[in-house]
Ligand binder design. Structure first.
Ligand code: C5P
Length: 298
């Protein structure tokens, strides 16, 4: 229509740069069943993903090298070398496929680091999707899942980025639709304290509180639990304050910690209630990180 703004061309149409979002992960429920001899824990997890997250962009290099640069609000302190999961994912895909291609990768870090919402795992998974496309490999989901698995327990789930039931260490995945979940207004709140996964698992009390009822997934949100929430709160008491602040908000359907913390999520009846909660918590706790988003649809 006359007077409307002309659509801008996507960046990938301009300069051979393609992009992929690294969607923030949440665990609607996270049930720890037992500690395995290999030190990992047997889990049952109901994963969902936010519409928002980090952003990866890449362009091809013909010398075969992988170069990563990082910007964005949480870039500081994050190494861009071989220790970064994005670089590890790129090298794993190169070696699995035998490609001689390389890439310049730019990671825009919007999500707090070591915070229970995927972060590095989502970045690694997005790197696999992005480079598979950039290099024209057409690897297919199963091949990418096999590459994702050794990179970290949440990387396979992040590769799919749909509502999933995960078992095993988190890597045995079953895509599931949860009626009414897609598009649900979501708030992510982090008290600004980084928390490593290992110590939280080591604080788990060893009590198996029972399984997900996979036939009643829509009840899991309400009746499920995050077994890592008590040990995480013992390490970082502010997580309890975040949950308390969320539970004081109108229109709340569920407030719970995600993963091993410290980020908590809240689902709201409507976007207005979510935005009101975001405004209020932002005023009361100016140092907390808050992201207003939605559950990624099917
Ligand atoms: O697989 P990932 O590197 O994300 O795991 C980080 C740490 O979290 C592991 O070293 C382990 O201590 C703990 N973990 C666990 N059981 C899982 C997943 C992770 O104990 N299922």
């Amino acid at each position: 229509a006359r007077g409307s703004i002309r659509a801008t061309r996507p960046i990938e149409a301009i300069a051979g740069v393609i992009e992929e979002k690294a969607y923030a992960k949440i665990n609607l429920a996270l049930h720890v069943r037992n500690r395995r001899p290999d030190g990992f824990h047997e889990l049952e997890s109901l994963f969902a993903f936010a519409e928002d997250g980090d952003l990866l962009r890449a362009s091809a290099r013909d010398d075969g090298a992988i170069h990563l640069s990082i910007d964005g609000p949480f870039a500081q302190g994050l190494e861009a070398g071989a220790g970064n999961l994005v670089v590890q994912a790129a090298l794993a895909l190169k070696s699995a496929s035998g490609t001689g291609n390389g890439a310049d990768i730019r990671l825009t870090k919007n999500l707090p680091i070591a915070s229970g919402i995927g972060g590095g795992s989502a970045d690694a998974a997005a790197a696999l999707r992005l480079l598979d496309r950039l290099w024209g490999l057409g690897s297919g989901r199963d091949a990418l899942l096999a590459i994702a698995d050794p990179l970290g327990s949440d990387v396979p789930a992040c590769l799919v980025s749909r509502t999933l039931v995960g078992t095993g260490r988190g890597e045995a995945l079953d895509v599931r639709d949860l009626p009414g979940l897609a598009g649900a207004p979501l708030l992510l709140v982090n008290p600004g304290v980084a928390l490593s996964t290992g110590p939280v698992f080591r604080g788990w009390d060893g009590v198996d509180r029972g399984a997900l009822d996979a036939s009643r997934l829509d009840a899991i949100a309400g009746e499920g639990r995050n077994d890592l929430q008590p040990p995480a709160i013992a390490l970082v008491p502010e997580i309890g304050e975040v949950i308390g602040a969320l539970k004081g908000c109108a229109g709340l359907s569920l407030a719970r910690m995600s993963g091993s913390g410290a980020t908590c999520f809240a689902l709201f009846a409507d976007a207005a209630a979510r935005d009101e909660a975001a405004a209020r918590i932002g005023t009361d706790h100016p140092r907390w990180w808050i992201m207003a988003t939605r559950i990624r649809g099917e």
